[in-house]
Design a protein around this ligand. Structure first.
Ligand code: TRP
Length: 466
């Protein structure tokens, strides 16, 4: 028997890990941010660049994170502490894990606020109020601004979402996270398939496909390439040890490479399906899509309202977004909790309640800071938003600094500090001789640090995206 780590768990099997990790990856990034930036960057060519970034950078870094977690069976801090023992800079490497835990804390605090909006919208859609308001786009705008400005409401829905998140994480890896994702992910997929089937019947479907899959490279700016790269990172939940933590619960008889390919494929498929749905309905009407990230909460309901069965479609749609967000928030909380469990020796109950409570409190700060109208145009969860208010500042810090810097060092550590014999050994457990090892090793040593380095430099130089 190896060293017993209290309160740690494992997935029941391969499917448990893949669904939980896919649940982490599929979130607001897929359903909100991706369609929105694809739209702004002119479609097809951007999609191609994004796919390249996913395969060349996202996938290898995901394998690296899962590898670090599975090898050590620890949270991000513990993983770096164990693996850097006896190596140069062994006192600094755990700092990468610390940065990851802080990122999880920060991202969850505001992610949960936005996720709370979907809960509000499910209620609105079911009661028919959303459809009633959506007939007059200004009414919906006014409602949305008022909703953002109401501190009490913002805190209420944030509380509901954090409550659900803590409620799942407290039950543990198998009984909480795995069980929840095994229900939510198939449901999410079913709803999305239903919505895609629906979008086929809308007049804008063909135009949407052309827009998405016919590349027009003259549309592509240098900023777009960087944005695609940055997003490939966020959408796969990389750079802060979320995949590392989930990997630490993975049994040794499963192939990391196969699981990572499946997770990446699911994440990309769902992002593209979301685009098909949203662009089909938007292109069905001559809608002026404003350059704002609030498309999901203002433009889309207006469009849904014009379609037959609008209330049902929009209720399903917001339910989908809520499920996707919930499987992401639990992964964010799990990173922070696993740190408290492994490193501080806390029990799971105490860890999830205390950390969840602290994050809730911190998030309440962004929730009440949303009021200002200028926030409306700057909200861009996980994007390069401007730095308006607590909300914008946190998002800016996390997605532009914490995640790229974390990912950069994760790639450097796995590619350069770790002995190739160790990384190969872990990747070959449950897989057998790995033919793609050298290719992976090349990508993690050179391609990933270079690409992520380019993002960081561009942030430092203040390169604008659009
Ligand atoms: N990937 C999720 C999304 O696309 C967000 C997310 C969940 C995340 N966990 C993460 C991002 C960890 C970075 C790190 O919405």
């Amino acid at each position: 028997m190896g060293e017993q780590v209290s309160s740690r768990g494992t997935w029941s099997g391969r499917l448990g890990f893949v669904l939980a990790a896919a649940g982490s990856a599929v979130g607001l990034g897929n359903l909100w941010k991706f369609p929105y930036i694809t739209y702004e960057n002119g479609g097809g060519a951007f999609v191609l660049v994004y796919l390249a970034a996913i395969v060349m950078v996202g996938l290898p870094v995901m394998m690296a994170e899962v590898l670090l977690g599975r090898r050590t069976q620890r949270n991000p801090v513990g993983a770096f502490r164990i693996l850097s023992q006896g190596k140069r800079g062994h006192r600094l490497w755990p700092g990468v894990g610390v940065l990851g835990v802080i990122s999880g804390f920060v991202i969850l605090s505001y992610y949960s606020v936005v996720a709370g909006w979907t809960v509000r919208y499910i209620g609105l859609a079911i009661s028919g109020r959303l459809e009633a308001m959506a007939v007059h786009p200004e009414a919906l705008q006014t409602f949305f601004s008022g909703f953002l400005g109401s501190g009490a409401q913002q805190v209420l829905y944030h509380t509901i979402f954090m409550g659900a998140t803590v409620g799942i994480v407290i039950l543990g890896v198998q009984k909480g996270i795995e069980r929840a994702t095994k229900v939510l992910m198939p449901l999410l997929f079913l709803i999305l398939i239903a919505l895609v089937a629906y979008s086929v019947t809308t007049p804008g479907f063909g135009e949407a496909l052309t827009f998405l899959f016919r590349p027009n490279f003259s549309q592509l700016s240098r900023g777009a390439v960087l944005e695609a790269l940055g997003h490939s990172f966020f959408t796969l939940s990389l750079g802060m040890g979320a995949m590392l933590t989930y990997g630490s619960y993975m049994k040794r008889d499963n192939s990391i490479q196969k699981a990572a390919i499946l997770i990446t494929f699911l994440d990309t498929l769902i992002a593209l399906m979301a685009c098909v749905v949203m662009f089909s309905v938007i292109k069905s009407f001559d809608f002026e899509v404003t350059k704002s990230a609030v498309i999901l909460f203002t433009t889309l309901p207006t469009v849904f309202a014009k379609l037959p069965g609008g209330s049902l479609v929009s209720a399903l749609f917001y339910l989908l977004v809520a499920f996707a967000a919930l499987t992401s928030t639990i992964s964010l909380l799990e990173v922070v909790s696993s740190y408290a469990i492994d490193e501080l020796g806390w029990g799971r109950r105490r860890a999830s309640l205390t950390m969840g409570g602290a994050i809730w409190l911190f998030g309440a700060l962004s929730a009440v800071s949303l009021g200002a109208n200028d926030t409306l145009s700057s909200i861009n969860v996980i994007g390069r938003s401007s730095t308006a208010g607590v909300f914008g500042t946190l998002d800016y810090l996390a997605s532009n600094w914490f995640l790229p810097v974390g990912g950069f060092f994760i790639a450097l550590f796995t590619g350069w500090a770790m002995n190739p014999r160790e990384s190969r050994e872990t990747l070959e457990e449950g897989h057998g001789p790995m033919r793609a090892y050298s290719f992976w090793h090349f990508l993690i040593r050179f391609a990933a640090p270079l690409a992520i380095g380019a993002i960081i430099v561009s942030v430092i130089l203040g390169v604008e995206y659009n």
